[in-house]
Design a protein around this ligand. Structure first.
Ligand code: PLP
Length: 449
Protein backbone atom coordinates (compact mmCIF):
# COMPACT_ATOMS: atom_id res chain seq x y z
CA UNK A 1 0.00 0.00 0.00
CA UNK A 2 1.35 3.36 -0.96
CA UNK A 3 0.09 6.50 0.70
CA UNK A 4 0.05 9.44 -1.62
CA UNK A 5 0.69 12.68 0.08
CA UNK A 6 -1.38 15.43 -1.42
CA UNK A 7 -2.59 18.97 -1.33
CA UNK A 8 -5.42 19.94 0.93
CA UNK A 9 -8.89 19.35 -0.34
CA UNK A 10 -11.73 21.70 0.49
CA UNK A 11 -15.14 20.16 0.65
CA UNK A 12 -17.94 22.36 -0.65
CA UNK A 13 -21.31 22.30 1.05
CA UNK A 14 -24.35 22.25 -1.19
CA UNK A 15 -24.80 26.03 -0.97
CA UNK A 16 -21.37 26.59 -2.55
CA UNK A 17 -20.12 26.71 -6.11
CA UNK A 18 -16.77 27.49 -7.65
CA UNK A 19 -17.90 31.09 -8.17
CA UNK A 20 -19.13 31.50 -4.59
CA UNK A 21 -15.82 30.10 -3.38
CA UNK A 22 -13.92 32.55 -5.51
CA UNK A 23 -16.02 35.34 -4.01
CA UNK A 24 -15.25 34.06 -0.51
CA UNK A 25 -11.53 33.85 -1.10
CA UNK A 26 -11.36 37.17 -2.94
CA UNK A 27 -13.11 39.05 -0.15
CA UNK A 28 -11.13 37.58 2.71
CA UNK A 29 -8.19 39.04 4.57
CA UNK A 30 -6.99 41.60 2.04
CA UNK A 31 -6.53 38.86 -0.52
CA UNK A 32 -4.88 40.26 -3.63
CA UNK A 33 -2.86 37.38 -5.09
CA UNK A 34 -4.23 35.69 -8.18
CA UNK A 35 -5.45 32.16 -7.44
CA UNK A 36 -7.01 29.12 -9.06
CA UNK A 37 -9.88 26.97 -7.93
CA UNK A 38 -9.59 23.38 -9.19
CA UNK A 39 -12.83 21.41 -8.99
CA UNK A 40 -12.01 17.72 -8.80
CA UNK A 41 -15.64 16.93 -9.47
CA UNK A 42 -15.21 18.30 -12.95
CA UNK A 43 -12.41 15.82 -13.67
CA UNK A 44 -14.52 12.97 -12.34
CA UNK A 45 -17.45 14.06 -14.51
CA UNK A 46 -15.20 14.14 -17.55
CA UNK A 47 -14.06 10.61 -16.84
CA UNK A 48 -17.66 9.45 -16.61
CA UNK A 49 -18.38 11.10 -19.96
CA UNK A 50 -15.34 9.43 -21.54
CA UNK A 51 -16.37 6.01 -20.25
CA UNK A 52 -19.94 6.47 -21.49
CA UNK A 53 -19.07 7.88 -24.91
CA UNK A 54 -15.94 5.92 -25.78
CA UNK A 55 -16.29 2.62 -23.93
CA UNK A 56 -13.77 0.81 -26.12
CA UNK A 57 -11.05 3.44 -25.82
CA UNK A 58 -8.78 3.33 -22.78
CA UNK A 59 -7.70 6.87 -21.85
CA UNK A 60 -4.00 7.54 -21.26
CA UNK A 61 -4.05 11.04 -19.79
CA UNK A 62 -1.42 13.29 -21.45
CA UNK A 63 0.59 14.45 -18.43
CA UNK A 64 2.11 17.41 -20.29
CA UNK A 65 -1.27 19.13 -20.33
CA UNK A 66 -1.39 19.66 -16.57
CA UNK A 67 1.01 17.68 -14.42
CA UNK A 68 -0.36 18.79 -11.04
CA UNK A 69 -0.24 16.05 -8.44
CA UNK A 70 -3.89 16.57 -7.66
CA UNK A 71 -4.89 15.85 -11.26
CA UNK A 72 -2.59 12.84 -11.49
CA UNK A 73 -3.77 11.42 -8.16
CA UNK A 74 -7.43 11.72 -9.06
CA UNK A 75 -6.88 10.14 -12.47
CA UNK A 76 -4.80 7.39 -10.91
CA UNK A 77 -7.63 6.67 -8.50
CA UNK A 78 -10.09 6.64 -11.40
CA UNK A 79 -7.95 4.01 -13.10
CA UNK A 80 -6.80 5.92 -16.15
CA UNK A 81 -3.45 5.20 -17.74
CA UNK A 82 -0.91 7.87 -18.73
CA UNK A 83 0.90 9.31 -21.74
CA UNK A 84 4.33 10.58 -20.71
CA UNK A 85 6.67 12.63 -22.89
CA UNK A 86 9.86 12.45 -20.82
CA UNK A 87 11.80 10.77 -18.05
CA UNK A 88 10.54 13.30 -15.47
CA UNK A 89 6.90 12.71 -16.40
CA UNK A 90 7.43 8.95 -16.18
CA UNK A 91 8.97 9.34 -12.73
CA UNK A 92 6.16 11.56 -11.54
CA UNK A 93 3.52 9.05 -12.57
CA UNK A 94 5.46 6.06 -11.22
CA UNK A 95 5.87 7.87 -7.89
CA UNK A 96 2.09 7.67 -7.46
CA UNK A 97 2.25 3.89 -7.50
CA UNK A 98 1.15 3.56 -11.12
CA UNK A 99 2.65 0.46 -12.70
CA UNK A 100 4.80 0.91 -15.85
CA UNK A 101 2.38 -1.06 -18.00
CA UNK A 102 -0.09 1.83 -17.54
CA UNK A 103 2.28 4.27 -19.24
CA UNK A 104 2.95 4.93 -22.91
CA UNK A 105 6.10 6.92 -23.65
CA UNK A 106 4.48 8.83 -26.50
CA UNK A 107 7.28 11.02 -27.76
CA UNK A 108 8.57 9.94 -31.17
CA UNK A 109 11.93 11.75 -30.66
CA UNK A 110 13.43 10.76 -27.32
CA UNK A 111 16.81 11.65 -25.80
CA UNK A 112 18.98 8.54 -25.31
CA UNK A 113 19.02 8.85 -21.51
CA UNK A 114 15.21 8.90 -21.48
CA UNK A 115 15.08 5.70 -23.52
CA UNK A 116 17.54 4.07 -21.12
CA UNK A 117 15.38 5.23 -18.24
CA UNK A 118 12.23 3.76 -19.78
CA UNK A 119 14.12 0.49 -20.08
CA UNK A 120 15.34 0.65 -16.48
CA UNK A 121 11.87 1.26 -15.02
CA UNK A 122 10.04 -1.11 -17.38
CA UNK A 123 7.98 1.32 -19.47
CA UNK A 124 7.91 -0.83 -22.58
CA UNK A 125 5.55 0.93 -25.00
CA UNK A 126 7.02 3.86 -26.94
CA UNK A 127 6.26 5.68 -30.19
CA UNK A 128 8.49 6.43 -33.19
CA UNK A 129 8.10 8.07 -36.59
CA UNK A 130 11.63 7.97 -38.05
CA UNK A 131 14.49 5.63 -38.84
CA UNK A 132 17.04 7.22 -36.48
CA UNK A 133 14.76 6.50 -33.53
CA UNK A 134 14.61 2.85 -34.55
CA UNK A 135 18.40 2.58 -34.49
CA UNK A 136 18.51 4.26 -31.06
CA UNK A 137 15.90 1.85 -29.73
CA UNK A 138 17.73 -1.15 -31.23
CA UNK A 139 20.87 -0.10 -29.34
CA UNK A 140 19.38 1.18 -26.07
CA UNK A 141 16.16 -0.77 -25.55
CA UNK A 142 15.88 -3.70 -27.97
CA UNK A 143 12.97 -5.24 -26.03
CA UNK A 144 10.77 -2.17 -26.34
CA UNK A 145 7.31 -2.48 -27.87
CA UNK A 146 7.17 0.21 -30.52
CA UNK A 147 4.17 2.05 -31.95
CA UNK A 148 4.50 3.79 -35.30
CA UNK A 149 3.04 7.31 -35.31
CA UNK A 150 1.44 8.30 -38.58
CA UNK A 151 0.39 11.78 -39.64
CA UNK A 152 -3.23 12.72 -40.25
CA UNK A 153 -4.02 16.37 -39.51
CA UNK A 154 -7.38 17.93 -38.78
CA UNK A 155 -8.15 20.72 -41.22
CA UNK A 156 -8.93 22.92 -38.21
CA UNK A 157 -7.33 22.52 -34.77
CA UNK A 158 -6.28 24.83 -31.95
CA UNK A 159 -2.69 23.53 -32.17
CA UNK A 160 -1.42 21.53 -35.13
CA UNK A 161 1.17 18.87 -34.35
CA UNK A 162 1.65 17.26 -37.77
CA UNK A 163 4.35 19.72 -38.79
CA UNK A 164 6.60 18.12 -36.17
CA UNK A 165 5.52 14.50 -35.74
CA UNK A 166 4.01 11.63 -37.64
CA UNK A 167 5.29 9.80 -40.72
CA UNK A 168 3.25 9.71 -43.89
CA UNK A 169 1.17 6.52 -43.72
CA UNK A 170 1.58 5.81 -47.44
CA UNK A 171 5.02 7.08 -48.44
CA UNK A 172 7.00 6.57 -45.21
CA UNK A 173 5.34 4.05 -42.89
CA UNK A 174 5.94 0.93 -45.08
CA UNK A 175 9.66 1.64 -45.36
CA UNK A 176 9.97 2.31 -41.62
CA UNK A 177 8.22 -0.96 -40.86
CA UNK A 178 10.56 -2.86 -43.20
CA UNK A 179 13.55 -1.32 -41.43
CA UNK A 180 12.07 -2.16 -38.01
CA UNK A 181 11.54 -5.73 -39.16
CA UNK A 182 15.11 -6.04 -40.41
CA UNK A 183 16.38 -4.70 -37.06
CA UNK A 184 14.27 -7.23 -35.18
CA UNK A 185 12.28 -4.51 -33.41
CA UNK A 186 8.88 -5.47 -32.07
CA UNK A 187 6.37 -2.99 -33.49
CA UNK A 188 2.94 -3.60 -31.95
CA UNK A 189 0.68 -0.93 -33.38
CA UNK A 190 -0.13 2.49 -34.81
CA UNK A 191 -0.70 5.89 -33.23
CA UNK A 192 -1.69 9.31 -34.51
CA UNK A 193 -2.59 12.75 -33.15
CA UNK A 194 -4.96 14.79 -35.31
CA UNK A 195 -4.09 18.08 -33.56
CA UNK A 196 -4.85 19.46 -30.11
CA UNK A 197 -8.30 21.00 -29.76
CA UNK A 198 -9.57 19.33 -32.95
CA UNK A 199 -12.37 21.24 -34.67
CA UNK A 200 -12.89 18.77 -37.50
CA UNK A 201 -14.35 15.54 -36.08
CA UNK A 202 -14.37 13.56 -39.39
CA UNK A 203 -10.55 13.55 -39.34
CA UNK A 204 -10.75 10.69 -36.84
CA UNK A 205 -12.35 8.45 -39.47
CA UNK A 206 -9.64 9.29 -41.99
CA UNK A 207 -6.93 8.61 -39.41
CA UNK A 208 -8.45 5.30 -38.26
CA UNK A 209 -8.80 4.17 -41.89
CA UNK A 210 -5.16 5.07 -42.54
CA UNK A 211 -4.13 3.14 -39.42
CA UNK A 212 -6.00 0.09 -40.76
CA UNK A 213 -3.92 0.16 -43.93
CA UNK A 214 -0.73 0.30 -41.86
CA UNK A 215 -1.96 -2.64 -39.76
CA UNK A 216 -2.56 -4.63 -42.95
CA UNK A 217 0.81 -3.77 -44.42
CA UNK A 218 2.51 -4.76 -41.16
CA UNK A 219 0.76 -8.12 -41.31
CA UNK A 220 2.27 -8.73 -44.75
CA UNK A 221 5.69 -8.32 -43.10
CA UNK A 222 4.85 -10.88 -40.44
CA UNK A 223 3.85 -8.46 -37.67
CA UNK A 224 0.72 -9.04 -35.61
CA UNK A 225 -0.33 -5.56 -34.50
CA UNK A 226 -2.52 -5.34 -31.42
CA UNK A 227 -2.53 -1.65 -30.39
CA UNK A 228 -4.30 1.34 -31.92
CA UNK A 229 -3.57 4.68 -30.22
CA UNK A 230 -5.96 7.39 -31.41
CA UNK A 231 -4.03 10.18 -29.67
CA UNK A 232 -5.47 13.47 -28.40
CA UNK A 233 -7.56 16.23 -29.93
CA UNK A 234 -10.65 16.10 -27.70
CA UNK A 235 -11.95 19.52 -26.58
CA UNK A 236 -12.53 20.10 -22.87
CA UNK A 237 -13.78 23.63 -22.25
CA UNK A 238 -17.26 24.69 -21.18
CA UNK A 239 -19.69 24.56 -24.06
CA UNK A 240 -17.70 21.90 -25.91
CA UNK A 241 -18.64 18.27 -26.30
CA UNK A 242 -16.96 15.09 -27.50
CA UNK A 243 -20.27 13.61 -28.68
CA UNK A 244 -19.67 14.10 -32.38
CA UNK A 245 -16.05 12.97 -32.23
CA UNK A 246 -17.07 9.92 -30.18
CA UNK A 247 -19.78 8.94 -32.68
CA UNK A 248 -17.30 9.15 -35.53
CA UNK A 249 -14.62 7.21 -33.65
CA UNK A 250 -17.04 4.48 -32.55
CA UNK A 251 -18.38 3.91 -36.04
CA UNK A 252 -14.88 4.00 -37.58
CA UNK A 253 -13.64 1.47 -35.02
CA UNK A 254 -16.59 -0.79 -35.79
CA UNK A 255 -15.88 -0.52 -39.53
CA UNK A 256 -12.08 -0.72 -39.58
CA UNK A 257 -11.20 -2.53 -36.35
CA UNK A 258 -14.10 -4.86 -35.58
CA UNK A 259 -11.77 -7.41 -34.01
CA UNK A 260 -11.89 -7.01 -30.20
CA UNK A 261 -8.30 -8.26 -29.99
CA UNK A 262 -7.09 -4.79 -31.02
CA UNK A 263 -6.57 -2.75 -27.87
CA UNK A 264 -7.64 0.85 -28.51
CA UNK A 265 -6.19 3.65 -26.42
CA UNK A 266 -6.20 7.48 -26.61
CA UNK A 267 -4.12 10.29 -25.12
CA UNK A 268 -6.60 12.96 -23.97
CA UNK A 269 -5.15 15.89 -22.05
CA UNK A 270 -7.24 19.02 -22.58
CA UNK A 271 -10.49 17.06 -22.34
CA UNK A 272 -9.85 16.05 -18.73
CA UNK A 273 -8.58 19.28 -17.19
CA UNK A 274 -9.59 22.33 -19.18
CA UNK A 275 -12.85 23.19 -17.41
CA UNK A 276 -11.71 21.99 -13.96
CA UNK A 277 -9.58 25.10 -13.36
CA UNK A 278 -10.91 28.62 -12.90
CA UNK A 279 -8.50 31.53 -12.41
CA UNK A 280 -9.22 34.72 -10.47
CA UNK A 281 -7.00 37.78 -10.98
CA UNK A 282 -6.96 41.05 -9.13
CA UNK A 283 -6.86 44.44 -10.83
CA UNK A 284 -3.94 46.21 -9.23
CA UNK A 285 -3.56 49.20 -11.54
CA UNK A 286 -5.56 51.12 -14.11
CA UNK A 287 -4.54 53.57 -16.79
CA UNK A 288 -7.14 55.67 -18.59
CA UNK A 289 -6.05 56.76 -22.04
CA UNK A 290 -7.97 59.59 -23.63
CA UNK A 291 -8.09 59.62 -27.40
CA UNK A 292 -10.18 58.96 -30.46
CA UNK A 293 -11.76 55.54 -30.79
CA UNK A 294 -10.08 54.15 -33.94
CA UNK A 295 -13.28 52.47 -35.17
CA UNK A 296 -15.72 55.36 -34.65
CA UNK A 297 -13.41 58.37 -34.52
CA UNK A 298 -15.31 59.51 -31.43
CA UNK A 299 -13.40 61.07 -28.56
CA UNK A 300 -13.36 58.52 -25.73
CA UNK A 301 -11.43 57.02 -22.86
CA UNK A 302 -9.86 53.57 -23.22
CA UNK A 303 -9.32 51.74 -19.93
CA UNK A 304 -6.19 49.66 -19.44
CA UNK A 305 -6.54 47.17 -16.57
CA UNK A 306 -3.39 45.62 -15.11
CA UNK A 307 -3.91 42.26 -13.41
CA UNK A 308 -1.57 40.03 -11.43
CA UNK A 309 -1.17 37.17 -13.91
CA UNK A 310 -0.11 37.49 -17.52
CA UNK A 311 1.42 35.83 -20.56
CA UNK A 312 4.55 34.83 -18.64
CA UNK A 313 2.32 33.11 -16.10
CA UNK A 314 -0.99 31.32 -16.72
CA UNK A 315 -1.78 33.26 -19.87
CA UNK A 316 1.20 31.74 -21.66
CA UNK A 317 -1.63 29.68 -23.16
CA UNK A 318 -2.40 32.66 -25.40
CA UNK A 319 1.03 32.35 -27.02
CA UNK A 320 1.61 28.60 -26.91
CA UNK A 321 -1.88 27.15 -26.97
CA UNK A 322 -3.72 29.77 -29.06
CA UNK A 323 -6.26 30.07 -26.31
CA UNK A 324 -9.01 32.66 -26.63
CA UNK A 325 -9.36 34.40 -23.27
CA UNK A 326 -12.76 35.43 -21.91
CA UNK A 327 -12.63 37.67 -18.83
CA UNK A 328 -15.68 37.88 -16.55
CA UNK A 329 -15.95 40.45 -13.77
CA UNK A 330 -16.48 38.74 -10.41
CA UNK A 331 -18.83 41.50 -9.24
CA UNK A 332 -22.04 42.64 -10.88
CA UNK A 333 -22.09 46.27 -12.04
CA UNK A 334 -25.84 46.96 -12.31
CA UNK A 335 -26.70 49.69 -14.78
CA UNK A 336 -23.03 50.36 -15.58
CA UNK A 337 -21.96 51.75 -18.93
CA UNK A 338 -19.54 49.57 -20.90
CA UNK A 339 -16.24 50.99 -22.12
CA UNK A 340 -13.53 49.97 -24.51
CA UNK A 341 -10.93 48.21 -22.34
CA UNK A 342 -7.79 46.10 -22.52
CA UNK A 343 -6.29 43.73 -19.97
CA UNK A 344 -2.58 43.49 -19.27
CA UNK A 345 -0.33 41.20 -17.25
CA UNK A 346 1.84 42.45 -14.39
CA UNK A 347 5.31 42.40 -15.99
CA UNK A 348 7.11 45.33 -17.59
CA UNK A 349 6.92 43.74 -21.04
CA UNK A 350 4.70 45.22 -23.76
CA UNK A 351 4.01 41.69 -25.02
CA UNK A 352 2.26 40.97 -21.74
CA UNK A 353 -1.28 41.63 -22.94
CA UNK A 354 -4.11 39.29 -21.95
CA UNK A 355 -7.04 40.82 -23.87
CA UNK A 356 -6.55 43.42 -26.59
CA UNK A 357 -9.93 45.07 -26.70
CA UNK A 358 -13.17 44.26 -24.92
CA UNK A 359 -16.18 46.18 -23.64
CA UNK A 360 -16.24 46.12 -19.83
CA UNK A 361 -18.01 48.06 -17.10
CA UNK A 362 -15.82 50.56 -15.32
CA UNK A 363 -13.87 48.65 -12.67
CA UNK A 364 -11.72 49.79 -9.79
CA UNK A 365 -8.39 48.82 -8.33
CA UNK A 366 -9.01 45.77 -6.13
CA UNK A 367 -11.82 44.38 -8.33
CA UNK A 368 -11.49 40.84 -9.69
CA UNK A 369 -11.66 39.23 -13.10
CA UNK A 370 -12.45 35.54 -13.45
CA UNK A 371 -11.25 33.29 -16.27
CA UNK A 372 -12.86 29.88 -16.78
CA UNK A 373 -11.42 26.89 -18.68
CA UNK A 374 -7.86 27.52 -17.55
CA UNK A 375 -6.78 23.94 -16.76
CA UNK A 376 -5.00 22.96 -19.98
CA UNK A 377 -1.47 24.05 -20.90
CA UNK A 378 -1.36 26.86 -18.33
CA UNK A 379 0.31 25.96 -15.02
CA UNK A 380 3.05 23.59 -16.30
CA UNK A 381 4.42 26.35 -18.53
CA UNK A 382 3.92 29.35 -16.23
CA UNK A 383 6.97 31.20 -14.86
CA UNK A 384 7.37 33.79 -12.08
CA UNK A 385 9.00 36.26 -14.52
CA UNK A 386 9.51 39.75 -13.03
CA UNK A 387 8.91 38.27 -9.58
CA UNK A 388 5.17 37.69 -10.00
CA UNK A 389 4.38 34.29 -8.54
CA UNK A 390 2.48 31.54 -10.33
CA UNK A 391 -1.00 31.50 -8.72
CA UNK A 392 -1.76 29.11 -5.90
CA UNK A 393 -4.38 26.41 -6.51
CA UNK A 394 -7.29 25.76 -4.15
CA UNK A 395 -8.58 22.24 -4.71
CA UNK A 396 -12.28 21.73 -4.08
CA UNK A 397 -14.88 19.01 -4.38
CA UNK A 398 -18.34 18.46 -3.06
CA UNK A 399 -19.04 15.51 -0.85
CA UNK A 400 -21.17 13.79 -3.49
CA UNK A 401 -18.24 13.71 -5.83
CA UNK A 402 -16.22 11.83 -3.29
CA UNK A 403 -18.93 9.28 -2.87
CA UNK A 404 -19.20 9.02 -6.65
CA UNK A 405 -15.46 8.66 -7.01
CA UNK A 406 -15.43 5.81 -4.58
CA UNK A 407 -18.26 4.13 -6.52
CA UNK A 408 -16.63 4.55 -9.89
CA UNK A 409 -13.35 3.03 -8.84
CA UNK A 410 -15.04 0.58 -6.52
CA UNK A 411 -12.39 0.99 -3.89
CA UNK A 412 -12.94 -0.35 -0.46
CA UNK A 413 -12.54 2.19 2.33
CA UNK A 414 -9.10 1.08 3.26
CA UNK A 415 -7.90 1.72 -0.27
CA UNK A 416 -9.29 5.16 -0.70
CA UNK A 417 -10.17 7.43 2.12
CA UNK A 418 -10.72 10.98 2.98
CA UNK A 419 -9.72 11.81 6.48
CA UNK A 420 -11.50 14.57 8.30
CA UNK A 421 -9.33 16.79 10.39
CA UNK A 422 -10.93 19.22 12.80
CA UNK A 423 -9.21 22.28 11.45
CA UNK A 424 -10.86 25.48 10.55
CA UNK A 425 -8.26 28.16 10.87
CA UNK A 426 -7.05 31.03 8.75
CA UNK A 427 -4.34 29.02 7.03
CA UNK A 428 -6.76 26.42 5.80
CA UNK A 429 -8.65 28.60 3.46
CA UNK A 430 -7.72 32.17 3.94
CA UNK A 431 -10.32 32.52 6.65
CA UNK A 432 -13.27 31.47 4.53
CA UNK A 433 -15.96 30.10 6.77
CA UNK A 434 -18.32 28.44 4.33
CA UNK A 435 -16.08 25.44 3.96
CA UNK A 436 -14.70 22.55 5.79
CA UNK A 437 -11.15 21.66 4.97
CA UNK A 438 -9.63 18.22 4.85
CA UNK A 439 -6.26 16.87 3.95
CA UNK A 440 -6.69 14.80 0.80
CA UNK A 441 -5.17 11.39 1.17
CA UNK A 442 -5.63 8.77 -1.45
CA UNK A 443 -4.34 5.30 -0.81
CA UNK A 444 -3.80 3.16 -3.83
CA UNK A 445 -2.83 -0.47 -3.70
CA UNK A 446 0.43 -1.06 -5.54
CA UNK A 447 -0.13 -2.45 -8.99
CA UNK A 448 -3.77 -1.57 -9.09
CA UNK A 449 -5.68 1.30 -10.61
N1 PLP B 1 -0.45 13.08 -27.00
C1 PLP B 1 0.58 13.74 -27.54
C2 PLP B 1 1.70 12.94 -28.13
C3 PLP B 1 0.62 15.14 -27.56
O1 PLP B 1 1.65 15.78 -28.10
C4 PLP B 1 -0.46 15.85 -26.97
C5 PLP B 1 -0.51 17.31 -26.98
O2 PLP B 1 0.38 17.98 -27.44
C6 PLP B 1 -1.49 15.12 -26.37
C7 PLP B 1 -1.48 13.75 -26.43
C8 PLP B 1 -2.66 15.80 -25.71
O3 PLP B 1 -3.58 16.15 -26.65
P1 PLP B 1 -4.69 17.24 -26.37
O4 PLP B 1 -4.00 18.53 -26.07
O5 PLP B 1 -5.45 17.30 -27.65
O6 PLP B 1 -5.51 16.78 -25.26
Amino acid sequence: MKIINSERLHIMDNQSSVWSLIRDIATTNNQEDAFYVCDIGDIVRKHKIWKAKLPRVEPHYAVKCNDSLTVLEVLTALGTCFDCASKAEINKVLSLGVTPDRIIFANPAKPASHIRHASAVGVTTMTFDNEVELHKVKKLYPDAKMVIRIRCDAVDAQCQLGNKFGCDPITEAPELLRIARSLGIDVIGVSFHVGSGCREPPVFRRAIAAARDVFDYAESLGYDFSLLDIGGGYPGGRGTSIDKIADIINSALADFFPEPSVHVIAEPGRFYVSSAYTLACNIHSIRNVIGNDPSTGIHSTHRMYYINDGVYGSFNCILYDHQVIVPQPLKQYPGAKYHSSSIWGPTCDGLDQVVENIMLPEMKVGDWLVFEDMGAYTLPVASPFNGFPVPKVHVVADENIWILLKDIVNFSDDHFEMIAKPTMNQDDFDGSNCLQSFPLRIEIPHGNG
